[in-house]
Design a protein around this ligand. Structure first.
Ligand SMILES: [Zn+2]
Length: 330
């Protein structure tokens, strides 16, 4: 790895955030870098690895960089450093055997540097078994070991993975920037803009889709889950018919339900308020979360992912919608 970072390609913002994290010195043991293709998240992961391994990283400037001259930097630039481990999909998925092999490899102390960097690239392609196997390591990594995951977005990962990581976003747009555009150009209320932006995975177009049909669904969905059981029935069919109207609406609804499920899992697993998507409805989320166990919610989150795949094919959407909504109706 050379000393000059390609700042033009990288998201400067993400790099600045990284600099701040390193300067504060209180490093999380697991990070998740998110962003669409071409946003420089793998580069950022490698820079983080360099900062962890380098003997004398420069952290004072706005953008952090490695010294470029120590033995670790030399080995990093030649891709021969023994304390950096990289796991990538083998075919379509990262498989559980790869995670087990990694766990074996990192069970010894780092060989040369003070720290060890474990990169898991395209982490959204871990299959469920692999994700579950990794949880143990995310929770209690070996001493001086830091895990750096990269993924397309947080919507494609198990919430149990996300809640154990510090998230750094390389998304096309920051959620604050999207909020700003929606308020100024589209004339939305800040609170509404904020939620749409959080549901957008960094895409303005997606945020606008959310406003068009997602937020209306979300309003009714929240009414549905906080009503007493006997009164949920009438809204059940309203929601089901909204979801079944067409494929786009179905996917938008799934995104909304995913965000609610994930927020509820966050209530149970972490108190980090900034990670919540439905910031404006936290009391309702907390109340509804009390009805479910962490296992029930995790299992439901996996089902939502399966639905995403099923809905892309030509299946009976109404049937799928009903089978998803029944979880909340009972
Ligand atoms: Zn160095």
């Amino acid at each position: 790895m050379d000393t000059g970072f390609p700042e033009k390609i990288l998201q400067q913002h993400a790099l600045k955030v990284t600099g701040r994290i390193f300067r504060n010195g209180n490093l999380a043991h697991a990070w998740l870098i998110t962003g669409q293709e071409g946003t420089g998240k793998e580069q950022l992961a490698r820079i983080m690895a360099g900062l962890l391994l380098c003997q004398a990283p420069h952290l004072d400037g706005e953008l952090p960089r490695t010294c470029g001259t120590c033995s670790h930097c030399g080995k990093l630039s030649r891709n021969t450093h023994p304390d950096i481990h990289i796991t990538e999909p083998d075919g379509a998925f990262i498989k559980v055997a790869q995670i087990h092999a990694l766990q074996k490899n990192i069970s010894y102390p780092p060989l040369e540097a003070e720290n060890r960097a474990v990169l898991i690239l395209h982490a959204h392609r871990m299959n469920r078994e692999a994700s579950n196997a990794l949880l143990k390591t995310l929770e209690e990594p070996p001493d001086n070991t830091f895990l750096i995951l990269t993924a397309k977005g947080t919507s494609s990962l198990l919430p149990t993975i996300i809640s154990r990581c510090q998230v750094v976003s390389c998304s096309g747009l920051l959620h604050e920037d999207i909020t700003d555009i929606l308020v100024r150009q589209d004339g939305l209320e800040p609170a509404t803009a904020d939620v749409a932006a959080r549901l957008s995975d960094g895409s303005l177009a997606r945020a606008r889709e959310m406003i068009e049909s997602g937020l209306e669904f979300r309003d009714i969905f929240f009414k549905f889950i906080v009503l007493p059981p006997a009164r949920r029935f009438s809204l059940f069919f309203d929601l089901s018919s909204m979801m079944s109207k067409d494929a786009d609406r179905f996917m938008t609804a799934i995104t909304v339900i995913q965000s609610v499920t994930r927020d509820m899992l966050l209530v149970k697993t972490s108190g980090n308020i900034s990670l919540f998507i439905n910031q404006d409805l936290l009391p309702a989320i907390k109340a509804a979360a009390a009805r479910f166990s962490e296992d029930e919610l995790s299992e439901y989150a996996s089902r939502l992912e399966d639905m995403e795949r099923l809905a892309a094919r030509n299946v009976n959407r109404e049937m799928l919608a009903n089978s998803l909504l029944v979880f909340w109706a009972e």
